[in-house]
Design a protein around this ligand. Sequence first.
Ligand SMILES: [Zn+2]
Ligand SMILES: [Zn+2]
Length: 389
Amino acid sequence: MDEIKENIDTCVDGLKDELINLSTFIHDNPELGNQEYKASALIADMLERYGFRVERGYLGLETAFKADYGKGDGVSVAIMAEYDALPGLGHGCGHNLICAAGVGAAIALKPVVDQFGGLVTVFGTPAEETNGAKVPMAAAGVFDPYDIAIMAHPSDKYCVYSSSLAMDAMQFEYLGRAAHAAAAPQEGINALDAVIQLFNSINALRQQTEDGSRIHGIITDGGKAPNIIPDHAEARFYVRATTRAKLDVLRERVINCAKGAEISTGATLKISNFEFSFDDMITNHHLAEACIENLKRLDIYDLSENDKNMGSTDMGNVSHRVPSMHMYFKIVEPGTPGHSIEMCNAAGSEKGMNAMLVAAKALAMTAADVMSDEELRQRIRDEFNKILK
Ligand SMILES: [Zn+2]
Ligand SMILES: [Zn+2]
């Protein structure tokens, strides 16, 4: 095993320039979710050059891809590559480093696949920040045949036991009746009032929710002119809770707030989801423990115990289908927020690139552990089966 890991180390070091070039180009050419044409093409091209069979436009998603190495006659490993940016902030979440780490890990695993058989797949998963592509992929069952699914995300710390909130993207639309707001207000049905009541009810509800719940929204349509009673108003909320089961309960309470506003104003309510729903992230502890050992091997000892991340990620949906790990690697000083200018700058810096190489090695070494150790695989699978029953 030592030799395998030394090979991984050497291989990623050999890929250093290419991975940094890839990551830097994507950093300097940020593309929003589902528009990552340049990034997905570049990553797919590189994997193809290294002998991966690439399916572009995977599952009908233009900027998604699936890149396979190996025959699938053994242990299979899925590695996630994200590459979408944020509006106005470029790579303020550092996804340019996620894809480079994933690509580096996958290429370094080729000799392991040659030795043990099996399959390494890089899934190019667009739009993590909005309509996460892992959601339809997970729903279609594409991850189900894999033994593990892994990825690495930049952060202000190294942390392997990550969690994230389950999230629903809820849209509330109210249909009222327009009327002159001064001459004939009694003829109108005020859709904006319904939205305002919805906000007030949710503000009251928020005090009685469980720790870790988050409800936050904006008004996306508040009427056209002050002298017209608004016949249409709309609000969008992200509703989050620590688990999918808790979110299903909270979601009903939010819907009741919306229904209350419907009854009191007479405006007709329409509820829909404006983006895919994310599940909470379940980290497989046996997988995480293997990764921690590998990080120590790479001289990373400063590990955070558990990341109580109050955000959400579509990796959560993957983790409900296959034993998963969403590790964080440190590129900024502790306390630096994600989605910030500081994070964006670090994602393009030398420090960021070096950490990305460490992450690539840790991912590959952990996958190599799983591919070569049947007992570890069984422990990982047993834990997964137990939690999701
Ligand atoms: Zn983000
Ligand atoms: Zn992110």
